[in-house]
Design a protein around this ligand. Structure first.
Ligand SMILES: Cc1cc2nc3c(=O)[nH]c(=O)nc-3n(C[C@H](O)[C@H](O)[C@H](O)COP(=O)(O)OP(=O)(O)OC[C@H]3O[C@@H](n4cnc5c(N)ncnc54)[C@H](O)[C@@H]3O)c2cc1C
Length: 368
């Protein structure tokens, strides 16, 4: 029986913990989640999970088969949760998504993977001030997740399955986990988001460069919209910032969030008022339904980006004062896709953990 520590209580850590308990309940003696921030905390813009949109609209390119697999698994899970456990905070919504024609259509439309696909008519593109010669659009069944509801739902399930939780100050380096728990765990899951690079700086200095924040900025409005809207590349005449786009996701409890931007490498936590004005201008332009809105909050948060994409892999680190090595399975660096690929990533992590458990239980070679 194994002692498992999950480091991080964002959507990656919580989903990993839940999938581990669901799949390896008979092999885990104790699973504890250690984390400096928890669902319900809103003080840290580098604790990303509370601030997400969060919808399902895969960013995977057609050749990124691993990411496509993760996103597919999660879409199917969200579909199941929305139908059978609405208290999870996962709600089905149609998504109207518009792209430049020259960029083609996303894999999930080409593969007809998502439900209820319809092309957006020229008439609607004109209504949304998008030139039908340049843009095309699709409508399909997507999901919106209310982050705090969903993460608390995951946490409740974890505790029901015997998972323990503990708030700790931020660990300085990954091997500090041993002194914090007072033993060498059989397995550590590293789900520390945008802080993973700093945590690994001694063991794997290159990760300090690889993990990068991708700052986002969101406005929260009182007005409702019965569907989600995304415009990936904004028309030039709107004079948006580099990597600015339009995302409008309704919230299950009413109102919408409006974004946004991908500002890579920016660690700051300040709201840019000019950008807020631009986000509202873009919203008015493409969604005349929301021509007049009332903003009640605006905020920024950091997506946990990583060069090369999410890292789901096993590392073995030497420990100074112990003969054992520290087995760490990583699940960090998912950028702007942490919810929409959460189940797929966690199931992939379970595949690696299964091998770790199997190898651990293999009898050691003995001399005859
Ligand atoms: C504006 C915005 C919009 C987004 N929209 C979407 C969307 O529509 N769909 C989607 O799928 N995703 C979206 N995302 C991305 C999504 O929010 C992230 O991918 C996801 O939240 C990352 O979760 P995580 O668990 O990996 O990291 P985090 O949520 O940051 O969790 C990291 C955890 O590790 C803990 N931790 C970190 N360092 C330490 C340490 N040294 N010691 C102890 N504990 C530590 C933290 O306290 C925290 O609990 C959006 C993000 C933003 C900012």
């Amino acid at each position: 029986m194994s002692k498992v520590v999950v480091l991080g209580a964002g959507v990656s850590g919580l989903t990993s913990a839940l999938c581990l308990l669901e799949n390896f309940g008979d092999r885990i003696a104790n699973l504890s989640i250690l984390s400096s921030e928890w669902p319900g905390d809103y003080h840290a813009h580098d604790f990303t999970s509370p601030w997400a949109g969060a919808n399902w609209a895969s960013f995977a390119k057609k050749h990124e088969v691993d990411q496509i697999r993760r996103d597919k698994i999660s879409y199917l899970k969200f579909e199941q949760l929305a139908a059978s456990e609405p208290e999870s905070g996962v709600k089905p919504y149609k998504l109207k998504s518009c792209f430049l024609k020259k960029e083609g259509l996303p894999w999930y439309i080409e593969q007809k993977f998502v439900r209820e696909i319809k092309m957006i008519t020229e008439e609607e593109l004109n209504y949304r001030n998008l030139d039908p010669n340049l843009y095309h659009g699709v409508e399909f069944l997507s999901f919106t997740v209310t982050p705090n509801v969903y993460n608390n739902y995951l946490l409740a399930k974890i505790r029901k399955l015997g998972g323990e939780v503990r708030r700790v100050p931020r660990l300085d380096v990954i091997t500090d986990v041993v002194s914090v728990v007072g033993l060498v765990p059989d397995l550590v899951v590293n789900a520390t988001g945008v802080n993973a690079g700093k945590l690994l700086r001694e063991e794997e200095p290159k990760e300090l460069q690889n993990v990068v924040p991708i700052k986002g900025q969101i406005l929260q409005i009182f007005e409702d919209l019965p569907y989600q809207v995304m415009v990936e590349t904004l028309p030039k005449e709107l004079k948006g910032r580099p990597n600015q786009f339009l995302n409008i996701f309704p919230r299950a409890e009413g109102g919408c969030i409006v974004g946004g931007i991908f500002a890579k490498g920016d660690w700051s936590n300040t709201v840019d008022e000019d950008l807020s004005k631009s986000i509202l201008k873009v919203c008015r332009n493409h969604v005349p339904e929301l021509r007049s809105v009332t903003t009640y909050n605006s905020y920024v948060a950091l997506r946990p980006g990583r060069e090369g994409g999410v890292r789901i892999a096993l590392s073995k680190y030497r420990l100074k004062n112990f003969p054992e090595t520290l087995n760490v399975v990583h699940n960090y660096g998912i950028g702007g896709a942490g919810y929409q690929s959460s189940y797929g990533s966690a199931m992939e992590l379970c595949g690696i953990v299964s091998e770790v458990f199997t190898n651990r239980n293999k009898p050691k070679c003995s001399k005859l």
